[in-house]
Design a protein around this ligand. Structure first.
Ligand SMILES: [Zn+2]
Length: 160
């Protein structure tokens, strides 16, 4: 982005921008849709993606779910909001001052079976919360989700 340099004179705190990210926690029966990412940051994760310009966060959720796993979703409930720097993310390497606001939604499948987008998703799995916990304990969750795990546990798994 050629225009980035024009703000170089500003103190760091004025340069940061906030990236909005939608996360889909897709539930079917007692299982959740987990992907193994084919691109960095590697690991197991829920479907997530950045909000684009002129897009509502719910539209981001819908678009990313269709793009990454080919599913139409319904019954979306926002379950938590999380704000942090995402070290190890692609964005962080390019703009270390940026913050992410992650808006996680619990949703169900409207129709269809998941179909992965091969260049982004290596594997699609339906896992129970115990299986997700086991991935976490083995250090196999993608960095972001490892950090968000306590929110997931508190907002979602404890209510089951
Ligand atoms: Zn970002």
């Amino acid at each position: 982005m050629p225009n980035d340099n024009m703000f170089d004179f500003l103190p760091e705190r004025f340069k940061k921008t906030v990236h909005y990210v939608a996360a889909a926690i897709i539930k079917r029966g007692n299982k959740y849709l987990v992907i193994e990412r084919a691109t960095p940051p590697y690991g197991y994760a829920f479907v997530t993606g950045h909000q684009e310009r002129r897009e509502s966060i719910e539209d981001t959720l819908k678009r990313e779910t269709e793009e990454e796993v080919g599913l139409i979703i319904k019954d979306k409930h926002c379950i938590f909001l999380f704000r942090r720097k995402l070290e190890n993310s692609r964005c962080y390497k390019e703009h270390p001052s940026d913050l992410h606001r992650i808006v996680a939604f619990l949703c169900e499948v409207e129709e269809g079976e998941p179909v992965r987008k091969p260049d982004e998703v290596k594997k699609i799995l339906w896992l129970t919360k115990e299986q997700i916990e086991s991935l976490k304990n083995q250090g196999k969750l993608e960095n972001t989700w490892e950090r968000l795990y306590s929110s997931l546990e508190e907002k979602l798994f404890k209510k089951e």
